[in-house]
Design a protein around this ligand. Structure first.
Ligand code: GLN
Length: 477
């Protein structure tokens, strides 16, 4: 599979405007590309062929006018399969939800549809979004279209592959500790995790509720900005969604970087960072300065604790969130259970994969009486110190740059038996979720083996408009 031509929303809309093509035609071509590539790449767990074709056909007549009103009119999209879609399977990459049909649609997906998008499928993921390679999916790993022997990253690997393989111009993922930014980095895409609370989590199957956010994948900053403008904003169904007004994310893109201060935390360029990644990110930074950005040193003194803090807080929340999958309320139920407790145990034993079980056990342990103070409470305290570190850093700069992942993409199977090695790969991304900040992956180079490398641009809370402007100026290089 080679990486396909880079489809963008603007390209498709200008073809609609000129009458060169129609939503039906674009939808048919999308389905053809999926039919040709998905068997190998395993990016999509479900293709909503009939409903997509019908919806697209209904748009054909009025599309010239619709594109002036609806930012995603006639645009094919896929969403990660932990986003609820009414009447369409929502598996979370788990046997537990293999046959689950949600009775409602997630707010972010509903807003895409209201903006005119055509949903063509649901994307593969690590089971319950736990992982960084999409190898934890109960339905087999997704493959990186740049080289199919390599992982596409995760947990939103299928959403990244769907864009990188040219199936669709944009997709949605979820990011609890890097699951949008890291696969974007591994697949050469833009991937945005908004500020915590910027996008409603209603209908996103919860992994770690204080960290989860939904965001877009795309080829360029402009398309991610457009999708953010569609999905952002308060939602009465999610009390943690922010009332903060939604910015104008499309204006001021493609400017220059004069007067912009970029913070570089030395702690993120220390040992453990692969040489190729370091070189690619440093060349990315050098190009920003060539465009007028000013570099300032900032410090994140609590960086060294972030993996431990994240894997305590995320697993604690996961153990609580996943308690609801008991064989009674949702999806899978084990048979041959004689008592209620046996029903729970057998259902959870057969329904969950190894990584999910590992996290439930870890999370239950750190919350148990006697260990709560030693682990969970201490992790929460370090989390607030990290928030203070960022507040001090943003007093000196407009955005911060770090690598997105410490290594280039790795081979399928290379780390699947080494959970700790995978966890360590999350160092630069989990930090951002703990602090609730927005961050975006931008491609910044290629490894010697021909795989993409990305850098992470971090903004201040609810400062997505500025973050996107800086990212878009950087992308022009
Ligand atoms: N890789 C991280 C983890 O395994 C992040 C996952 C995510 O963001 N959903 O927890």
């Amino acid at each position: 599979m080679i990486v396909r031509e880079r489809l963008t929303i603007d390209q498709i809309h200008s073809m609609y405007a000129s009458g060169e093509t129609t939503p039906s035609e674009v939808c048919r071509q999308t389905l053809e590309r999926i039919d040709a590539g998905n068997g190998r790449l395993n990016a999509l767990l479900c293709v909503t062929r009939e409903s997509a074709l019908a919806r697209a056909a209904a748009m054909d007549a009025g599309i010239g006018e619709a594109i002036t009103r609806k930012p995603l009119a006639g645009i094919p999209v896929v969403v990660k399969d932990n986003l609820c879609t009414a009447g369409i399977p929502t598996t979370c990459g788990s046997r537990m939800l293999e046959h689950y049909l949600p009775p409602y649609t997630a707010t972010a997906v509903r807003r895409l549809l209201d903006a005119g998008a055509v949903l063509v499928g649901k994307a593969n993921l690590d089971e319950y979004a736990m992982g960084g390679s999409t190898e934890n999916s109960a339905f087999g790993p997704a493959r990186n279209p740049w080289n199919e022997d390599y992982v596409p990253g995760g947990s939103s690997g299928g959403s990244a592959v769907a864009v990188a393989a040219g199936f669709v111009p944009v997709s949605l993922g979820s990011d609890t500790g890097g699951s949008i930014r890291q696969p974007a980095s591994f697949c050469g895409l833009v991937g945005l995790k908004p500020t915590y609370g910027r996008v409603s989590r209603y209908g996103l199957v919860a992994f770690a509720s204080s960290l989860d956010q939904i965001g877009p994948f795309s080829w360029n900053v402009r398309d991610s900005a457009r999708v953010l403008g569609v999905i952002a904003g308060h939602d009465p169904h999610d009390s943690t969604s922010a009332a903060e007004p939604v910015g104008d994310y499309l204006s001021g893109l493609d400017g220059d970087l004069r007067g912009v201060r970029i913070g570089i935390p030395a702690e993120c360029f220390a040992e453990g960072l692969d040489d190729e990644v370091r070189a690619a990110v440093e060349s990315g930074i050098a190009r920003l300065t060539a465009r007028g950005a000013e570099i300032v040193e900032v410090s994140l003194p609590h960086m060294k604790y972030v993996i431990a803090v994240y894997y305590i807080i995320a697993t604690a929340e996961a153990s609580s969130n996943l308690a609801r999958f008991d064989g009674v309320r949702y999806g899978f139920r084990a048979d041959q259970a004689r008592t209620l407790s046996e029903l729970y145990r057998r259902t959870r034993d057969l329904g969950f994969g190894d990584e999910v079980k590992r996290r439930i056990m870890l999370g239950t342990f750190v919350l148990s009486s006697g260990y709560y103070d030693a682990y969970y409470e201490k992790a929460q305290r370090v989390r607030s110190m990290l928030v203070d570190d960022f507040a001090a850093a943003f007093a000196k700069c407009d955005a911060i740059i770090t690598p997105t992942a410490p290594t280039p993409p790795f081979r399928i199977g290379e780390k699947s038996d080494h959970p700790l090695a995978l966890y360590l790969g999350d160092i630069y991304t989990v930090t951002i979720n703990l602090a609730g900040l927005p961050a975006i992956n931008l491609p910044c180079g290629m490894s010697a083996s021909g795989l993409p490398i990305g850098m992470q641009l971090i903004g201040n809370h609810f400062d997505e408009a500025r973050l996107l402007r800086i990212a878009s100026a950087a992308e022009q290089l």
